[in-house]
Design a protein around this ligand. Sequence first.
Ligand SMILES: [Zn+2]
Length: 731
Amino acid sequence: MRLFAPHELKHVNYYWNDATASALDPVERLIYRSNRLGDDQRITNTGGGNTSAKITMPDPLTGEPVEVLWVKGSGGDLRTAKRANFASIYMSKLNALREIYQATPNNGVKTAVEDQMVGMYAHATFNLNATATSIDTPLHGFVPFKHVDHTHPDAVIAVAASARGRELTQEIYGDEVIWVDWQRPGFDLGLKLKAVCEQYPNAKGVILGQHGLINWADDEKECYELSLTLIELAARYIETHDKGEDTFGGQQFAVLPDAEIAALLGDVLPYLRGKMSADHRFIGTVQLGGAVAQFVNSKDVVRLAELGTSCPDHFLRTKIKPLYVAWNPQTDTLDTLKAQLDAGFVAYRADYQAYYDACKRADSPAIRDANPRVILIPGVGLIAWGKNKSESRVTAEFYLNAINVMRGAEAISAYIALPRQETFDIEYWALEEAKLRRMPPEKSLARNVVVVIGAGSGIGRAVAERVAKEGAHVVCADLNLDAAQETADALVKTYGVGIGVAGTGISSCGAAIAAQVNITQRASVRQLLAQVLMAYGGVDNVIVTAGVFVSPDATGHITDDRWQMTFDVNVLGSYIVADETRTVWTAQGLRGTLVITTSVNGVVSKKGSLAYDTSKAAANHLIRELAVELAPLVRVNGVAPATVVDGSSMFPRDRVISSLSKYNISHSEDETTESLRDKLAHFYAGRTLMKLPITPEDQAEACYLLSVDSFAKTTGQVISVDGGLHEAFMR
Ligand SMILES: [Zn+2]
């Protein structure tokens, strides 16, 4: 087989650089090859596929040269893989395992001894490498070539998931690529590949039925180029057979205009999230346009969606099939859509139970959540769900892969899915269950979407940081978009963007986004919530920390318009936020929380802050009124801070200086703002019972606690976080 030159490749990108590669050690070159393969999504899906190299290196005890299999381990991703993502095992010990396996009676695919081998890899570990090996390790170890790439390219899976897969493999690749029928990966499949290499000494790779591609070479660059060539050949073959406008039987419906899709999603997303989240909350990702639009609006979507996805990587995230609703976007109403979704969920869950009952074995784990993970709506697109944003993006990405696979397979033959028993034996595999059980317990705000208003500075920023630490998806909203963006960027930097490449517009986001909002404008709050729904699919907790303090002018007066502004921000704004979010909470039907920041000044009258204090007294009562209005779905509580000077936008330099002067605290105009604030904070601390300065973090802790189940039975209350000011005690 002739390998394509870089300029001949149209369907994959060539990234190999000799100068870069030659400067690396053999393990680094494997990582380099893996990353370059992963860089092109057409080569493999996020988290999918694995690579290996058999490298001779000195044994850490004897110093003798030994052959070590370096192979991408469980978890991780080719695109981002580092040394820590690779397991290393002695080839001699892997071969010893093979002898044990072969000597065991009743060995073979899905036997007990096959699964037991996974636990034995630890005995074969080279140099105490803690990275867990994956179930694909034997696929690499038993192929007698130095370098092996295993990938999940859509173009190759299209061949692998075709009714004529075996014949097409011969037609596209001749005798150098061998077809192997679907088999669950494990020790036995590794031995089948070994047998292929012995039977066909010229073979360069294998099409794994309904799964993917595996190929090999003794030179690593050749292995890389071979991977690209084999994918290019499949993609070219599909391209020449592409059905163009007749793809998926042609289009049945037209895509709705953007504005109609946006309005529909605003209504349907929280409704769907409620349906999804009866047992656990889910986070959504919306995918519109392109291949998704072509698929959901096609004539064949009903037949193909029902068949389900093929590659194991895909259906572990997408579930065996999506929920498709036969809604006519051109003639049916939104109410019809909701009724169809309702009926669709009921049917889907019943179907999943039937699948479980029909396929379960004596020792199968208990049935898992029966809800779909992918929802297809004609005229609109795809909505994917996962336990967090990263996972929901992965789910959307994998269904896009599945659509590409179906498009290719239907162009060159007919798409066929795996038999349901085979998908079940992957989905409910004891090893898969063990992996789920090893997951760390979820954090208190995992699966939650928290909107923090005022997140650009002070208490709001501290709240955003606090809830992010608890696993929340954080919407950092502020009047000042740049400040909000800074907070969101810092959160994404700390917690990472996750994996999965999908999502239209803001729906491709990570676990934090920034948004501009003016809470005194209803339209602005609506706009904010529309963004939040598009990003995550719903809202659970809202924390309002935005507020304004207006100082009297030189004559000691506050003008009427400044009074109005104070009430607009401190009272009306919180009301508008509550009133608008109520629509989302009601549509979801899930319990939520609202925390409003007021002030101890709401109960302590003081000279010079007439408008502010009065507005905060009103805000305290707003909390009680809202608690009544929003019960039983939403708990509403307040946090009343006192004199948080540190980092507060309500204590600009002028106000700090005027307060220092008012209290006769010695200071100089030359001092830094920080030093002036420090003096004032210590003065205020001295007036409290606890004698401690009050920080934004203290307020954030209270806001957080009122948002989680620590206070599940408390609503309509205001908690002072003021270091103990006896004049502010509630009576
Ligand atoms: Zn695979």
